[in-house]
Design a protein around this ligand. Structure first.
Ligand SMILES: *[C@@H]1O[C@H](CO)[C@@H](O)[C@H](O)[C@H]1NC(C)=O
Length: 282
């Protein structure tokens, strides 16, 4: 308090010269020097920072401030989530998304639950959705799959390997590719062809052959069985009086054709009566 009052009185005295003397003055100089040094260091740090960060009037390095936002020329690494409403490529440039493990896109409903998802895994592509549809540019369905039905809308479905159907196949036509045969096979069980309004087997330019190990039956409940041809051959009929052995045309050219009561037909010599012997009708 004492020195303070003395300083005040000396500065206020009209006769004393105005100023600070002694160690105070030196302190003041020191303060100014320190301040100037701090300012210089500050300024040079600022300049260094501006140079290192490549600040310019329109941005910072590769990051430019443009009219409607920011523009970054170079790589940007966002190591956590990136929130955006649209991701779009530059006009005329493709966009490619490259992931080192899985890549997935998912859509959520208004409650935030995932309702559909597309996952591109390291060895498979998985689509999680209630339905799957592929359409062409006109909107016509090419392929659609739901839980109840799979629909192929293309003009033809080509399966290059075999196709296995656990249930039935419903189709109006089964047709072989032109130039290829068509086979219907059941290698270890039976095959049935059924149609209440008629079955037609036709070969316009070739034979029809039916062969089997045991009986071959042609049966008509209310109609007739017609064999309509200029030539009808029944080779191998038995001949009466030869012990039931199949007849050859060794000795004769012409035979009588006779029938047993049970419908079996057999041959008899042309000059003999049409009589069956003991075993030709059995
Ligand atoms: C990739 O996806 C599969 C199937 O969802 C998952 O089992 C697997 O853990 C995922 N791999 C990585 C690295 O996330």
């Amino acid at each position: 308090m004492d020195t303070h009052e003395r300083a005040m009185s000396s500065s206020e005295s009209p006769r004393g010269s105005v100023g600070i003397y002694g160690w105070r003055k030196r302190c003041l100089y020191l303060l100014i020097v320190v301040l100037v040094a701090v300012v210089i260091v500050n300024l040079s740090l600022t300049l260094w920072l501006l140079k290192v960060m490549q600040f310019s009037s329109d941005g910072m390095g590769k990051l430019k401030i443009v009219e409607d936002g920011l523009q970054l020329r170079g790589r940007a690494m966002v190591l956590d989530a990136l929130v955006a409403s649209t991701i779009r490529s530059r006009p005329g440039a493709p966009i490619s998304v490259d992931s080192s493990h899985n890549f997935s896109i998912s859509a959520r409903d208004h409650m935030g639950r995932t309702v559909s998802k597309l996952l591109l895994g390291s060895d498979h592509l998985e689509c999680l959705a209630r339905g799957f549809r592929v359409t062409d540019s006109k909107g016509e369905v090419l392929f659609s799959a739901t839980r109840s039905e799979v629909e192929v809308g293309a003009n033809s479905l080509r399966v290059t390997g075999g196709a296995v159907f656990e249930g039935s196949v419903q189709t109006p036509v089964v047709r072989a590719d032109s130039g290829f045969d068509l086979r219907l096979e059941a290698p270890t069980r039976s095959l049935q062809v059924k149609a209440p309004q008629g079955v037609a087997i036709e070969s316009r330019a070739g034979d029809i052959s039916a062969s089997c190990l045991t009986d071959l039956k042609l049966q008509s409940v209310a109609g007739t069985v017609r064999l309509e041809a200029a030539n009808v051959f029944l080779p191998g009929l038995r001949e009466a009086g030869k012990g039931g052995a199949p007849s050859g045309r060794v000795s004769q050219d012409v035979y009588q054709l006779c029938a047993c009561a049970n419908g079996r037909i057999f041959l008899a010599q042309p000059d003999a009566v049409c009589a069956a012997d003991s075993d030709v009708c059995r």
